[in-house]
Design a protein around this ligand. Structure first.
Ligand code: UDP
Ligand code: MG
Length: 317
C-alpha cells in the first residue's frame, strides 16, 4: 500500500486576525476531506507564519493551535514582508512535510483546486503553479498594472509564470533546492522557475477577500515589482549604455553642426537651445545614475548577508 504524503499549507499572515478563524475552519474541512479520500496523510497541517503583526494575529494562532490539532504556527520577530515570511514557512515545512503549498491567509486562491495540485504532484511534478484563469474580480487598476508588470518582465527577459502569484505546490525536493538560493532580496516568483525540475500548472478563479483589507498597498506593490526587476534583469543597465551611446553620437554630430554654423554664419547658438539641452541631459543623467544606484543598493544588502527572518516562537507539534 502506498504511503500518503504529508502536506503543509504554508500561509504568511500580516494583521490577519479578522480572517484566521474562518480560514482555519474552511481549510480543516478541506484537509479532512483530502485525508479521507487518501490524497494526503492525516498528519497534514496548516502552518501560519505571523509576519510581525501588530494586531492579535499571534494570539489567534495560539488559540487555533490549541483548538485544532492541524494548526501549527511560527512567529517572526519582526515584519519582514510576505516573501520572507513565506520562505520561513517553506524552510520549516521542508523538515516536517513531503509537500508544501503556499497560499494567502484570505483564501482568495480557490482551495477547491488543492486536489488537482496533489494529483499533479502524484503524476511526477515537483512544482505546481496555480495560475489565475481570469482577473475579473480584481480592480481595474490592479488588473492592468499586474498585466503590464508581467509583460514588462517578459520583455526584460525574466522567466516568470504569467498570472501566477504565490499559490503553488513545492515538493520537499524542490524546497531543498530553493534553500540553496541565498539571496536576501527575495522575489520567489523569479527564483522558483530557475530551479527547473518537472512543473505543471493548475488553473483557478481568484476570489475577492472575504474579510479584512489588502496588506499590499501601492507602495509595497511597487517595491515588490522593483525587486523583481532589479533582482532578475540587468537589461535596464544595458538600455542606459545604449541610450548613452546614441546620445553621445547625436551630441557629437550636433557639435560639428554648431562649429560649422559658427564659422559659416558667425551667429551664437540660441540661449533656449542651450538651457533646454542642459536641463534634458542633466535630468537624464541623474535618472541613469539613479538606476545604477538601485542596483548598487541591492548589491550592498546582498553582501551583508543578513538573516532573512528571525523566528521568535514556534508551535509546530
Ligand atoms: N502578508 C505578509 N506580510 C506583509 C504583507 C502581507 O505576510 O508584510 C501576507 C498577508 O497576510 C496575506 C498575503 O501576504 O496572507 C497576501 O496579502 P494580501 O492578501 O493582503 O494581498 P493582495 O491579495 O491584496 O494582493
Ligand atoms: Mg489577498
Amino acid at each position: 500500500m502506498k504511503k500518503e504524503k504529508i502536506l503543509y499549507l504554508v500561509i504568511p499572515c500580516y494583521n490577519e486576525d479578522a480572517v484566521l478563524p474562518e480560514t482555519t475552519r474552511r481549510l480543516t474541512v478541506k484537509l479532512d476531506q483530502m485525508t479521507k479520500t487518501n490524497l494526503i496523510s492525516s498528519k497534514s497541517k496548516i502552518l501560519y507564519i505571523d509576519d510581525g503583526s501588530t494586531d492579535n494575529t499571534w494570539s489567534s494562532i495560539e488559540s487555533l493551535h490549541k483548538e485544532y490539532k492541524r494548526v501549527a504556527g511560527l512567529k517572526l520577530a519582526k515584519n519582514r514582508g510576505h516573501q520572507n515570511a513565506l520562505l520561513a514557512g517553506l524552510m520549516t515545512a521542508k523538515d516536517c512535510a513531503d509537500i508544501a503549498i503556499s497560499m494567502d491567509a484570505d483564501l482568495q486562491d480557490d482551495i477547491e483546486v488543492l486536489n488537482q495540485f496533489i494529483k499533479e504532484y502524484q503524476n511526477g511534478s515537483e512544482i505546481v503553479y496555480g495560475v489565475r484563469s481570469s482577473r475579473k474580480k480584481d480592480s481595474f487598476f490592479k488588473r492592468n498594472t499586474a498585466q503590464l508588470f508581467y509583460t514588462f518582465m517578459k520583455w526584460l527577459g525574466v522567466d516568470i509564470v504569467y498570472n501566477h502569484a504565490d499559490y503553488r505546490l513545492m515538493s520537499k525536493r524542490a524546497i531543498e533546492e530553493l534553500a540553496r538560493y541565498g539571496e536576501v532580496n527575495l522575489f520567489l516568483r523569479g527564483i522558483i522557475p530557475q530551479i527547473g525540475l518537472r512543473t505543471a500548472v493548475v488553473k483557478y478563479e481568484r476570489q475577492t477577500r472575504f474579510a479584512g483589507e489588502s496588506k499590499y498597498p501601492l507602495k509595497k506593490m511597487l517595491n515588490f515589482a522593483l525587486e523583481g526587476i532589479l533582482s532578475f534583469s540587468v537589461r535596464p543597465l544595458r538600455i542606459i549604455t545604449i541610450l548613452g551611446s546614441l546620445i553621445s553620437l547625436a551630441s557629437f554630430i550636433f557639435l560639428i553642426y554648431v562649429i560649422i554654423g559658427h564659422f559659416v554664419n558667425g551667429n551664437v547658438a540660441g540661449w533656449t537651445t542651450t538651457v533646454a539641452l542642459v536641463c534634458f541631459f542633466g535630468g537624464f543623467q541623474i535618472l541613469c545614475i539613479g538606476i545604477i544606484g538601485e542596483y548598487i543598493g541591492k548589491i550592498y544588502s546582498e553582501t551583508k548577508r543578513r538573516p532573512r527572518y528571525i523566528i521568535e516562537k514556534s508551535l509546530i507539534n
